[in-house]
Design a protein around this ligand. Sequence first.
Ligand code: FAD
Length: 264
Amino acid sequence: MSNISAQTAPVFTKFPDVHFQDPQTGIAYEDSGLGQNIYFTLTDVSFEEPLLFARDYPTFCLDPFLVCTPFRPLIPQQTETLCRIVLGTLTHAEVSQSTSKEYLQAELDRRNPFKERLVIKEVFITSRYRVRTALAGTYWKKIGNGHVPLAGDAAHVHSPVGGQGINLGICDAIEVRHAIRDHIEAKRTLSNGSEGSDLNRILQGYAEERRNIGVKVLALAKRLTRMVRCNFGWRRVVRNVVMRIVISTDTGISLAWKIFLLVR
Ligand SMILES: Cc1cc2nc3c(=O)[nH]c(=O)nc-3n(C[C@H](O)[C@H](O)[C@H](O)COP(=O)(O)OP(=O)(O)OC[C@H]3O[C@@H](n4cnc5c(N)ncnc54)[C@H](O)[C@@H]3O)c2cc1C
């Protein structure tokens, strides 16, 4: 075993003969076409006035690429509304690494369809990210006498909606650990010390099993992202009614476990 990849996805794209692309559309990771690259800034802010019109919604959306999620007050006396703003930018230009209060305020003023003006009081944290969907063509590559199994974001990237990145990565890590252990044990039992096809099959098995799961989770993350963006008109009503029914039942909870592939 020569190497376990801790690299992020772009490094893997440099591996020969391994493609990193959206399994549904075939769009390559490096493709800079619109739709494949949406830049987001994520910012936690407080507002000058309480968000009265948003009180009943755990999340409200100003337009499909500007989502505000008010946090519940930590203490009953808390008067400030803390809010997470996720701002999408449909341009090829990257958003700045540190989003200024002025930039955010200008975007809120420009996009806010409600009568009530949202005035930012303080910006607490900002970060930025880019949403793309891509999966390594294989999770295992043999290079010379060495093996490179992939796990986590080195093997897959997808929208953070649904919060599946770490879940998927941890499950990869557990499985790759078993595969590496089995590989080493099998290698020890080979009398001549050379690597036979059985040895390759162990890591290949890991790669195929986890990649199949990756395909499902990526598709799920895309569906959930579409649901989040269905935030207007009848689509929003249907989505919210269905979600309320689903999450209020035991079946809904067990369904969630199954959806997120934690129970097989
Ligand atoms: C905005 C946003 C929100 C998210 N929200 C969620 C969420 O709610 N739930 C969830 O499950 N997931 C979420 N994710 C996804 C989650 O953050 C990632 O899936 C997860 O961090 C991937 O873990 P990883 O260990 O595979 O990769 P990384 O976290 O990228 O770790 C790789 C590490 O390797 C290091 N490294 C790179 N190259 C080298 C090198 N050559 N030598 C040594 N070290 C190197 C890097 O510095 C880094 O520390 C979110 C992602 C984003 C962008």
